[in-house]
Write a protein that binds this ligand. Structure first.
Ligand SMILES: C[S@@+](CC[C@H](N)C(=O)[O-])C[C@H]1O[C@@H](n2cnc3c(N)ncnc32)[C@H](O)[C@@H]1O
Length: 293
């Protein structure tokens, strides 16, 4: 489930006695610096309680007695780094979040491109920061539906969705492709009907094989080297860059431009904007950018 219920109110002073584990200013600063170095995520002072509560589970699991001991463990045990990153990343997401992107994707991208060249054109979409998979499955729903209703539904479509995240726990959930029955309320009705997401009862629903086969899930840290060469026709990177500082964000956007096909689209989150000028990329709609053709 998305991590939504994180209490940030009533932050006791560092080292306060009512905490289960001692958590000093130095502990927080050190862990925030590690998070920034390894992931680009900025953990401001206001995130102190959030970091404490997420990592408490790790301390209990490892049988440690305080955060100083946890920092030593993190330094000595490379395996803990993955658990640390999984714990501090925020994974809130849902199907068809920010629906206007999917409408634009359908009308301006998927349907016209899949219609072209008898449907044989190579077509690549990247969900960068895909969390538990609701975003790439929403993309796959639009894509598969566009293939089925296209002029030549039997044409061979070379269409793929790459879904990446830094967090291995959420990737496993996405690859599993199973979601609670009440997750689909924002999925437009025709899609719910087409892909067995309507009247599903109470049991979890496994996404249709025709959707799953379009998506490849893989771990990728956006601030490190990317193994793929692209180009991508579309990149969804929504509600990821809000956690980064301005230089990290600027570098990432330049790299997105480089890996986008000419005329390709970049969708970003509702509260994000591309500060500064990025030659070659134009704002063409609400949080929708297009690389020059
Ligand atoms: C709030 S979720 C956004 C999910 C989805 N894009 C959406 O808008 O619904 C942010 C995701 O970005 C991922 N993330 C954060 N830093 C990352 C990094 N350096 N590399 C790759 N993914 C990262 C987190 O693990 C998390 O799953």
């Amino acid at each position: 489930m998305p991590r939504t219920s994180l209490a940030v109110a009533s932050v006791p002073a560092a080292g306060a006695g009512d905490r289960e584990f001692a958590f000093s200013d130095e502990d927080f600063r050190d862990l925030a610096a590690i998070a920034h170095r390894q992931t680009g995520i900025v953990l401001a002072d206001s995130k102190r309680q959030l970091v404490y509560s997420r990592l408490c589970r790790r301390l209990r699991h490892l049988g440690l007695s305080d955060f100083a001991e946890y920092r030593r463990r993190l330094a000595d045990d490379p395996g803990e780094s993955e658990a640390f990153i999984n714990a501090i990343s925020t994974n809130l997401t849902k199907f068809f979040r920010e629906a206007h992107h999917f409408e634009h994707f359908r009308t301006e991208v998927a349907e016209p491109l899949l219609r072209g060249a008898g449907g044989r054109r190579r077509f690549r979409v990247w969900s960068a920061g895909c969390s538990t998979g609701e975003e790439p499955y929403s993309i796959a729903i639009v894509l598969r539906h566009a293939m089925r209703v296209g002029k030549n539904p039997d044409a061979h479509h070379d269409a793929r969705v790459l879904a990446t995240d830094i967090d291995t726990d959420v990737l496993a959930r996405g690859a599993g492709g199973e979601y609670p029955a009440d997750s689909f309320s924002e999925v437009p009705r025709p899609y719910r009907q087409a892909f067995g997401l309507d009247n599903t009862g109470d049991e979890p629903v496994t996404m249709d094989a025709s959707l799953r086969e379009l998506i490849t899930f893989g771990q990728l840290n956006l601030i490190e080297r990317w193994p793929m060469r692209g180009p991508f026709d579309v990149i969804f990177c929504r509600n990821v860059m809000i956690y980064f500082d301005a230089p990290t964000k600027a570098t990432l956007i330049s790299r997105f431009i480089d890996i986008l096909a000419p005329g390709g689209f970049l969708y970003i989150g509702h509260s994000e904007s591309l500060l500064g000028s990025h030659p070659g990329l134009k704002l063409i709609g609400r949080t929708i950018y297009r690389r020059d053709a």
